[in-house]
Design a protein around this ligand. Structure first.
Ligand SMILES: NC(=O)c1ccc[n+]([C@@H]2O[C@H](COP(=O)([O-])OP(=O)(O)OC[C@H]3O[C@@H](n4cnc5c(N)ncnc54)[C@H](O)[C@@H]3O)[C@@H](O)[C@H]2O)c1
Ligand SMILES: O=c1ccn([C@@H]2O[C@H](COP(=O)(O)OP(=O)(O)O[C@H]3O[C@H](CO)[C@@H](O)[C@H](O)[C@H]3O)[C@@H](O)[C@H]2O)c(=O)[nH]1
Length: 427
């Protein structure tokens, strides 16, 4: 059930409104098997379901806290319509205490209607990653359920049984602990990224290669290889808003979240790090330059542009009078929706078309498709023979062997050579 009727209509016709690998087949198969129905009619949805998941958006409010208006609207929708006992599960990422608010909103509606029905409200946060959503859902590393009801415990165990066969991944806990678990998980992952980005900047200054450091520390299982890739800052619809919401929650309880303050500050700076390198390379004058830009979405395998670092990078380049020729395998439509016919932006149909007439290349998203690059051809095409790589896609020596200047993130040695190179080119 979605209030966006156009989305519902598309889904009914087998059209997936977002790009998510593997989703189309699952929707088609289960629609065909009559396992899956789409509706914009709340009456129909509430009457049909024993268990109702609330999975609507929780965008940041003006003060950074999570805006609960959509979540509470669903709660009221349920309270206005339920005629028998229901279980309502909060799947949206919501601050601690929200399940109590959801229950209160439902009970208020029931009271208005003089109904005395049992309502169970529980928390079941979602941990999937965009671009890997299907696999993360089918093979979860944990299924967190916050509840104080044996009835819900039984329902959830039965519901998740098909995804829980190999080993028991159900983790039952208190509702408040479940709500906090979601924020703590995202905040920890964002912290790993900002930590690594800070180390990367230090590595640049010290002439060390952060990719070697990453291997060196990731091999310690206490640290692990995941989420220590330096880059141009974390984006997307979750980390930025969830870090902010947790900061806000701490603040409300007189507990400033000092680590998260730093995580956010480092991320904000990191998003402009590559632009600073561009300016440094061109000694502050990029007016009239044309930059090819590969990758626009906030990460590969999605068309999601929410908080994508590419946006800030493009906007900074336009501000300085440069033009952008951009290509992304999936996000072009979304970029067009956001920027319309921007005079500084040309969207090209292929990766190579973005290079035509460009002075330099900037890489914002590490789509697999960009890995196999022909550096000799790039050196021929790019008039200033320079690549600014925000995702450390290539081995610096290979790029430089083609006569290109290569800036990556935290690769001090290559940076040192690049800076020497650009100084000598400019005499
Ligand atoms: N996107 C992710 O990868 C991800 C992963 C884990 C958790 N989450 C959390 O899940 C929640 C949803 O995220 P999203 O990215 O899917 O948001 P979204 O904004 O893309 O989608 C929310 C949908 O809810 C619909 N909606 C709004 N009000 C409604 C109502 N009253 N009844 C029915 N539908 C309604 C909207 O029309 C929209 O289609 C957020 O709390 C987010 O933090 C998202
Ligand atoms: O080593 C890394 C890993 C990620 N990122 C960046 O971090 C952001 C988020 O990436 P990722 O976590 O893979 O994508 P999301 O789909 O936003 O998923 C996160 O946010 C979801 C919504 O809450 C959670 O469910 C997931 O568990 C959590 O990983 C992106 O900009 C990535 O480029 C890095 O810079 N370095």
């Amino acid at each position: 059930m979605d209030v966006d009727s156009q989305k519902v209509e598309k889904l009914r016709n087998g059209i997936i409104p977002i790009y998510e690998p593997g989703l189309e087949n699952i929707v088609a198969e289960n629609s065909k098997l009559d396992n899956l129905h789409f509706t914009d009619d709340a009456d129909e949805a509430v009457a049909f379901a024993d268990i109702i998941f609330i999975a609507v958006g929780t965008p940041p409010d003006e003060d950074g806290s999570a805006d609960l208006k959509y979540v509470l609207a669903v709660a009221r929708d349920v309270g206005r319509r339920m005629e028998v006992r229901k279980t309502v599960i909060t799947k949206s990422t919501v601050p601690v205490g929200t399940s109590d608010k959801v229950k209160a909103a439902i009970v208020e509606e029931l009271t208005t209607r003089n109904k005395d029905l049992i309502i169970d409200v529980a928390s079941n946060p979602e941990f999937l990653k965009e671009g890997a959503a299907v696999n993360d859902f089918m093979k979860p590393d944990r299924i967190v359920v916050g509840t104080d009801s044996d009835h819900v415990r039984k329902q959830m165990t039965e519901l998740y049984a098909p995804f829980n066969r190999n080993s028991d991944r159900m983790i039952f806990m208190d509702i408040r602990a479940a709500e906090l678990t979601k924020y703590a998980a995202n905040a920890m992952l964002a912290t790993k990224i900002s930590f690594m980005n800070e180390i990367a900047i230090l590595a640049e200054e010290l002439g060390a290669d952060v990719e070697q450091v990453r291997h060196g520390i990731g091999s310690d299982p206490r640290i692990g290889y995941q989420f220590i890739y330096p880059g141009i800052g974390y984006g997307g619809s979750c980390f930025p808003k969830d870090v902010q919401a947790l900061q806000r929650t701490g603040g409300e309880h007189g507990l400033p979240m000092r680590i998260l303050d730093a995580v956010e500050q480092v991320n904000a700076k990191q998003k402009l790090h590559l632009v600073n390198r561009v300016n440094q390379h061109y000694q502050g004058d990029i007016k009239g330059k044309t930059f090819a830009l590969w990758g626009l979405s906030f990460k590969p395998k999605t068309d999601d542009m929410r908080e994508a670092p590419s946006r800030q990078i493009m906007e900074a380049l336009w501000e300085a009078g440069a033009k952008v020729q951009a290509y992304d395998p999936e996000a072009m439509e979304e970029v067009e929706r956001i920027y319309g016919q921007h005079p500084g932006l040309l969207l090209t149909g292929t990766r190579d078309a973005a290079l035509t007439g460009a002075d330099a290349l900037i890489i914002c998203t590490e789509w697999q498709h960009f890995r196999a690059a022909n550096f000799d051809a790039l050196a021929e095409t790019l008039s200033d023979k320079v690549i600014f790589d925000g995702r450390n896609m290539y081995e610096p020596s290979r790029v430089e062997a083609a006569g290109l200047t290569y800036y990556a993130i935290g690769r001090g040695e290559s940076l040192r050579r690049s800076l020497l190179d650009s100084t000598s080119t400019k005499g």
